[in-house]
Design a binder for this molecule. Structure first.
Ligand SMILES: Cc1cc2nc3c(=O)[nH]c(=O)nc-3n(C[C@H](O)[C@H](O)[C@H](O)COP(=O)(O)OP(=O)(O)OC[C@H]3O[C@@H](n4cnc5c(N)ncnc54)[C@H](O)[C@@H]3O)c2cc1C
Length: 375
């Protein structure tokens, strides 16, 4: 890394990888620096792998816009590059008549966000679509689906590498300092420190993005960049019950939108999975025990009466990097060029929780346009 790099991307999760694919060009020196031994080993591999439609997010928010745009882009990418995916569709189910109004609200919200393919289902229509799901009515979203995120990240990085980008693993960025119109990036690579210079820094460090912003001289508290960790646990359902549902099944979301409620997803092999739950934690810790099993079972049983307690087993957990403190309302993604903080060339991507996978190709387009203005 003797020369001055043009662009340094911190983090090789789905967002950093999408950005790398968006900004890499033969005439640019682009580095992706990742602390783990491979790509996508944190939040990007601990999630529901759902291609969201974009109906939950506040109108005109970046979450809504990048999710709706990203949904279309993702299906195109999946088809073009043979990435495993399935356009399953999803139903949000009203357990009883008191929840029907919330379905109508979601329908209007979704339509305002530009989501296509939404329609309300009567009890009879729900029965004929998903005979084994309990509920009195539902909202059907035809553009929701599932995908193989590992294949998506691999494809983004191989596009970036084809344009000359270099992906450097086992290398943790430990310092970001602005000096003489450039940034000095300090890296700890398997115990060895080295420093190089770059014109543009893109902070896509996921759960650690607030710490990277601090390295660059931004006070996360003052800027509203402090991340709060919100853990989501998953339970898998025994293979014997596979095939009983064909679409993703969600409850009506809780009002505070910490998560969207324990829902039922499918993986590409057809296995049913429950989760994620939502619980704020202090430290990153992916362990799960079965202390929440009863609660998972009872919530899921309301949607899937065919479940037996012994059908479900703890599977894995992921952690949301939230800008929303416990008890606060939803916060939007931060995708920001920090020129007005005296840090031209630094682009922060912070609080990229769900629907970050779906939004990733649309976030990459926004960042690509910012970079074009900078370089
Ligand atoms: C439970 C759960 C369910 C979800 N479900 C969905 C879903 O169904 N659909 C959807 O669209 N989205 C979903 N999401 C959101 C989605 O998973 C994230 O938005 C997305 O994976 C974030 O990608 P990222 O690249 O920003 O972060 P990450 O995947 O966390 O990547 C950040 C990378 O930065 C690296 N890094 C951090 N600090 C440094 C450093 N100092 N130096 C070098 N490298 C560093 C990390 O090692 C990591 O690899 C879900 C999230 C959770 C937690």
């Amino acid at each position: 890394m003797g020369e001055i790099a043009d662009i340094t991307i911190i983090g090789a999760g789905v967002v950093g990888a999408a950005v790398a694919a968006g900004v890499a060009q033969k005439n640019r020196q682009v580095y992706v620096i990742e602390k783990n031994e491979s790509f996508g080993m944190e939040t990007s591999s601990r999630n529901s792998q759902v291609i969201h439609a974009g109906l939950y997010y506040p109108e005109n928010s970046l979450k809504a816009k990048t999710c709706v745009a990203g949904n279309t882009l993702l299906y195109e990418l999946c088809r073009r590059y043979a990435i495993g995916h399935r356009n399953t569709g999803k139903i949000i189910v009203a357990a009883d008549s008191s929840e029907c109004e919330a379905l109508e609200d979601l329908l209007h919200k979704g339509r305002k966000n530009g989501v296509e393919g939404l329609r309300l289902l009567s009890r009879r229509e729900l029965r004929s679509l998903e005979p084994d799901v309990a509920g009195v009515a539902a909202l059907f979203s035809s553009s929701t689906g599932i995908l193989n995120v590992h294949e998506l990240i691999k494809m983004f990085l191989s596009q970036a590498k084809d344009e000359g980008a270099q992906v450097v693993y086992k290398s943790e960025v430990t310092g970001v300092e602005r000096k003489n119109d450039l940034y000095q990036i300090e890296v700890d690579s398997a115990g060895e420190k080295f420093i190089f210079e770059t014109r543009v820094v893109i902070n896509s460090a996921g759960l650690h993005a607030d710490k990277v912003a601090r390295m660059a001289g931004i006070d996360p508290g003052g800027a509203g960049y402090t991340l709060y960790y919100c853990k989501g646990e998953y339970y898998s359902v025994s293979w014997g019950k596979s095939g009983l549902i064909n679409r993703l099944v969600y409850p009506v979301p809780p009002a505070e939108l910490t998560g969207v409620g324990v829902h039922v997803t499918l993986d590409l092999d057809g296995r049913i999975r429950l989760g994620p739950s939502a619980q704020y934690i202090e430290e990153i810790d992916y362990r799960i025990d079965d202390s929440n099993k009863r609660r998972f079972y009872e919530e899921a049983k309301k949607l899937l009466p065919f479940l037996d307690y012994d059908d479900i087993e703890p599977e894995m957990a992921g952690i949301r990097p939230k800008l929303q403190k416990p008890g606060e309302g939803p916060k939007d993604f931060v995708v920001r060029h920090e020129a007005d903080r005296g840090l031209p060339g630094l682009i922060n991507l912070i609080g990229i929780e769900s629907p970050g996978i779906t939004a990733s190709p649309a976030i990459a387009e926004i960042v690509r346009d910012m970079v074009t203005e900078i370089l």
